[in-house]
Write a protein that binds this ligand. Structure first.
Ligand SMILES: [Zn+2]
Length: 399
């Protein structure tokens, strides 16, 4: 296919993909079926892994030899909500103007997926010496939830790929590391009573405030321990405390207070250790005095999101591959999380590298520049040329 035709096909496929409302709260089976039947028509088999409700699925497909190694092109199919955003048109009806494509998910990250799909016929035609895999997931936007099922399937049942390229928008620059994050909801249950006699109740807001103060002191401790050589900005683990909800009236001792908190980790900090610090504080300093006031008072914490950090490794096959293909020789780190950390954690070296700018992600009138899609098409073309060389793995040295 000619370059111009591939560009046109990519835009047409992107137009179709944007038309599916894949906001994370919705089922994604319609878009999965759409992609599956497209691949089916090309003679490419897909493999699905579902969530526990059966309403969402990941898709895995392999083109080329069914051997160990090869490269994964990975993207998530879900998008963030448009609720409360001012769009100048229907977000699920893609528009084109001024060399840009507008619509929910065009940059984050259906544009990358459209390019992968548009290049699939080309991949079939070339004599690939190693496999190219597609990994399209659900529920990335709510904390990289969906990809774990796909990864388990790959690790348990399939030959392990050599590297994964997660096509999140990096303006086609190499991102070799990102922070991880973990989020929690802690609910304090007190005992309601008229506020004229505090002895009769247990005040959940006051108890929650002690947890908040502890989080604040933990933040200063973490920033005091910053690594001056860290590539991250800020160079330390940061505490999130985004929501506090409690109480009903000024003359009622509040029964329930919930706080939503968490942290964004630099790779050298341990997510479990920080979690333990906070939970220990709650168990040792907050819960016992509450229980002493009333046996009905309690504090409970649930984990709401767990995103694994991508640890920078400039010797990883994933980085070597992109350097080899693009000629780029530096890689950066970012503070937003991606599925790359989960791939790396499963033993598949990963980089983040994709078209469009993260600045447009999650925004009203989200857009991607067509030139970015073109750059991505050229990149995948070069990737295929590499993959059909004799012994493409030679670039990785003798590991
Ligand atoms: Zn994304």
């Amino acid at each position: 296919m000619k370059r111009n035709d591939i560009i046109k096909t990519s835009i047409a496929i992107l137009n179709e993909l944007v038309g599916f409302d894949t906001t994370s709260r919705e089922s994604n089976l319609a878009i999965i079926e759409h992609i599956r039947s497209y691949l089916d028509n090309l003679g490419i088999e897909s493999r699905l892994t579902h969530d526990s409700t059966g309403t969402k699925a990941n898709l895995w497909a392999t083109i080329g030899p069914n051997s160990i190694g090869g490269v994964v092109l990975s993207g998530h199919l879900d998008v963030v909500p448009v609720d409360g955003q001012q769009w100048s048109h229907d977000p699920f009806d893609m528009r084109q103007s001024d060399g840009k494509l507008f619509g929910r998910g065009v940059v984050d990250m259906k544009g990358f997926i459209a390019v992968c799909l548009a290049m699939a016929p080309q991949m079939l035609k070339q004599d690939l010496q190693l496999p190219i895999h597609f990994a399209f997931s659900y529920d990335e936007e709510i904390g990289c939830v969906g990809v774990h099922g796909l990864l388990k399937d790959v690790v348990d049942n399939l030959p392990l790929p050599r590297a994964v390229i997660v096509g999140e928008p990096t303006s086609m620059k190499i991102i070799g590391g990102h922070k991880g994050s973990r989020s929690f909801r802690t609910t304090v249950k007190g005992v309601p009573a008229h506020s004229s006699d505090p002895r009769l109740g247990v005040n959940s807001i006051m108890a929650a405030a002690r947890i908040v103060t502890f989080l604040e002191s933990l933040q200063s401790e973490l920033s005091d321990n910053a690594d001056p050589n860290s590539p991250f900005d800020p160079p330390y683990t940061t505490i999130d405390l985004g929501i506090i909800n409690g109480g009903t009236a000024n003359n009622i001792i509040p029964e329930f207070t919930a706080i939503e908190w968490g942290y964004r980790l630099v790779p050298q900090d341990n997510a479990d250790d920080i979690q333990k610090r906070v939970i220990d504080f709650i168990d040792q300093e907050v819960t016992p005095p509450l229980k002493a006031q009333s046996i009905n008072a309690s504090v409970s914490t649930e984990i709401t999101n767990n995103m694994i950090a991508l640890i920078p490794d400039d010797q990883s096959p994933a980085e070597q591959l992109i350097r080899h293909i693009t000629g780029l020789n530096n890689s950066g780190v970012v503070s937003f999380g991606t599925e790359a950390g989960a791939f790396q954690h499963s033993g598949i070296p990963a980089v983040v590298f994709g078209p469009g700018s993260i600045k447009q992600a999650h925004q009203p009138d989200e857009f991607i520049e067509i030139t970015q899609l073109e750059e991505c098409i050229d990149f995948v073309g070069k990737l295929l040329n590499w993959a059909q060389q004799e012994n493409p793995d030679a670039i990785f040295g003798s590991d």
